[in-house]
Write a protein of this length. Structure first.
Length: 252
């Protein structure tokens, strides 16, 4: 196998498409958001990208069928314009691999007429956030105002350390190809899968791209994660000798 191989699955005629990237990262925010789009809309796989930069493993489905690790592009038709959604289970395992894979992703996007990119991800806060804000970064300062109108925040010095992985390189390498790119990052604790943050990011994306999507399944997952977080907090309190909610009921 070559270092990177692109398998073309379909060649749909997309209308003014925008690339939406959601690969694994902090809180799995971007991946959750991208997968939610694929769950809510009819979608079609248009390309798979294989690389020896992905971990040496296969995914096995419920029927026991194995598939080599890859990233996938899905075409999604919405009312005003189409989406080309990039997602997968892995990112590259080396610095150079991130660059080479991002270049390959941009090649696929350009072949489908993409000139606008939104990378989705999370920014860690170190603590649980009930109502996460969405932070932004752009490849062109001219795009800041429109994102601020959609409630995206641009904070000095954040995200600290910049944006690593494909999400960051889509902005840097995309700009070199004259492609408008932005990264939308939902606040998240950084240590739990965060459906609430994924929804916050998608709500911004709805506004700036122009589509409507339901959130029932994400909200259900958010409630489940809230219960998990509460149990973790209770265990931490017990370890530290602090009273739990049950203990407090007997006080006073």
């Amino acid at each position: 196998m070559d270092d990177i191989e692109v398998e073309t699955v379909a060649e749909p005629d997309l209308r003014d498409p925008v690339l939406i990237e959601g690969l694994p990262g902090v809180g799995h925010v971007g991946k959750l958001a991208a997968e939610h789009l694929l769950e809510e809309f009819d979608s079609e796989v248009v390309a798979r990208v294989f690389s020896d930069e992905f971990p040496p493993q296969v995914a096995v489905d419920d029927d026991g069928v194995a598939e080599l690790a890859c990233a996938e592009f899905h075409a999604v038709e919405t009312a005003d314009r189409d989406l080309l959604v990039l997602t997968g289970d892995h990112q590259a395992q080396s610095h150079s691999g991130h660059y080479h894979l991002t270049d390959a992703f941009l090649d696929v996007a350009e072949s489908h007429g993409v000139s606008e990119i939104y990378a989705l991800g999370g920014v860690p806060t170190g603590e649980l956030v009930e109502e996460p804000d969405v932070l932004g970064a752009v490849s062109d300062a001219a795009d800041i105002e429109a994102l601020e109108d959609a409630a995206v925040e641009f904070r000095e010095g954040e995200p600290a350390g910049g944006i690593v992985g494909v999400s960051g390189l889509l902005l840097g390498l995309g700009e070199r190809r004259d492609c408008r790119a932005a990264c939308l990052m939902g606040e998240t604790s950084g240590y739990l899968v965060d459906p609430t943050s994924a929804q916050a990011v998608l709500e911004v994306l709805e506004t700036v791209v122009g589509f409507e999507v339901g959130y029932d399944s994400l909200e259900e997952r958010a409630e489940e994660m809230k219960e998990v977080a509460e149990k973790i907090q209770e265990m931490q309190n017990q370890q530290q000798g602090m009273p739990t909610d049950d203990d407090l009921r007997y006080i006073g």
